[in-house]
Design a protein around this ligand. Sequence first.
Ligand code: ATP
Ligand code: MG
Length: 314
Amino acid sequence: MTKVVTIGEIVVEIMAVAPGNGFREAIELVGPYPSGAPAIFIDQIAKQGQPCAMVSCVGNDDFGWLNIERLRQDGVDVSAIRVHEDAVTGSAFVRYRTDGQRDFVFNIKHSANGHIGLTDEARAVIASAGHLHVMGSSLVSPGIIEAVLFALEQVKARGGSVSFDPNIRKEMLDFAGLRAALDTVLAQTDLFMPSGAEVLLFSQETSEDAAAKDILARGVRAIVLKQGAAGARYLDGEQDLFVPAFVVEEIDPTGAGDAFGATFLAGWLAGLDAETNLRRANGAGALAVGRKGPMEGTSTRAELDAFLAQQVSA
Ligand code: ATP
Ligand code: MG
């Protein structure tokens, strides 16, 4: 089976209990929860039974070990997660706004994540990987960009494949190196998984449909457009299909895109047909939104199969 590697941030997430606007007042918080988009993604990859590893860095503190132990337990190769003695584990604070949008405060750049780079352990897991997944939101530190570009070259040179989820948050757009890195990654991408309108950041076209077709024409093999509670669309050179999401109560949508994307990637690597695969990925997204905490909503293959079986008989 193909080993999947991803490179990027690990954080703990601390969440405001009540919705509101930002963090400029004293409010009740819950957490810490293991988090970081690439960490959630790789946790779901492992739970789906796919061999995988993560390149990252945490501090030698409770927040760091909380994450490492969770990933290890769930089956991720954590040998390239560096434990840095002079840095602290990153954190992200999230608060839902009353309109359902989210406010984030990130402490990533000045945390252990700023020390992610090409260690010997990172080179070793990259050398063993047949697939690289890139989270665009991770491309905000020079060390991560360098490691991702190195991994892109290595994995592609040996005939491996690349998937890419931009996962852009508005808070990140002012990082100077981000734009060039995103474009370089897209040019090497086989499977592109943006959420909805994000696709417009990668084309001169003004509709999602035309942008997706333009990107396929430029050499990306397949695109999955995540559309939140509506569902998801799949396009490649031959097929164009939409599968609606499952109707569930949304408790915490953070991490749904990562659980969805990882499940779709595992199916894609296994050669599953696009319609079956979208349904499975939608199922993983539905399970993810039903649980509070970003990584708490990841699901094993057995949990996902049980959920999907229930939907058929309902
Ligand atoms: P994030 O980056 O916040 O994790 P995203 O924008 O990458 O999210 P979404 O489109 O929000 O990804 O969600 C991914 C998938 O999860 C959707 O395509 C859908 O299958 C499922 N999903 C998301 N929200 C809901 C919901 N409210 N009800 C059911 N399924 C949902
Ligand atoms: Mg996302």
